[in-house]
Design a protein around this ligand. Sequence first.
Ligand code: BTX
Length: 322
Amino acid sequence: EGTRKRLIDLLSNHQQPYISGQQLSDELNISRSAVWKHMNALKKEGYQIEGVTNKGYRIVSSPNDLSETALSWDLKTDWLGQRLIYKEQVTSTQIVAHDLARDGAEHGTVIVAREQTKGRGRMRRYWESKDGLGLWFSSILRPTGIEPKRASQLTLVAAVAIADYLSKYNLDVKIKWPNDLFINGKKLAGILTEMQAEQDAVEYIVLGIGINMNHDQQDLFESERNKATSLLLEAKQPFNLNTVLTELLFELEVKFDLFMSEGFSTIKGQWESYAYKLGEWVSVKTQTEWDAKICGIDEDGALMVMNQNHQVHHLYSAEILW
Ligand code: BTX
């Protein structure tokens, strides 16, 4: 485990592009044939390693497919994902995370899967999670001193982190309150925050994120084809799942830390800068359906809308229909 990670570090050192077999064996304190074995294992995982006579070896590219090794060596966080559990196939990473959390899994534990057979959205809706095409992961959070009613703010915090991250690729990302990310009017990603609380204290939160990554038009679920999109379709380039996940975990950690130390107010303005249909009239469903203008969010993260009589309402749970 540790040796392989060190080997990757040595092979991808940019100050010294190539490293000889002898140097590797010296640095790692293992035999040349053991180095060789580890290198072959990396190739099997999808690393491309180039060998040049008289120079040595270097990593040309890391695997595109999710790989536990690639994930752990890229990760630059302090706590989020430092315990990272990777599965080929699960029913739902939320279910796995709840089981682990009940057994005491630590704050920051992340479960990621290549495929979910029963991915879930809010209110028992499904979340389509095809094999190897997206990022489907859940984080176990044990924030201290957070009242249960503030847990839903974490959804908004995570949405801002994802939007910030994706904006780097020149994508025009919008957040639809409370939990969806849109590009060009189509759904790219969703967030599902589930909480276990006892009386007035949060025991743990499972924060699930699903992002469509390398879906082609025909990979999108038929009923969603005109409503859903992927990063590949929007940015017109494929994405390395390991890179995006590790960079995104970093962005999420920064935002969670900010939220924990400064509170929600620092996130509010950022959230509003991404708000989908801000200032526009939409249809809102609470007990009934009515027309409302989206005004922003309040200090708690509730959606503020105005009705046709110019009265402002703060919505804590509602569906926005477009
Ligand atoms: P949501 O309830 O806002 O969205 C669910 C709705 O979105 C579905 O009813 C369907 O219409 C549509 N939909 C389903 N799959 C997709 C998709 N892949 N892309 C675009 N639209 C889709 C959103 O819930 C929250 C989703 C969280 C998913 C993560 S994945 C990791 C973790 N594990 C798990 O089971 N759920 C979370």
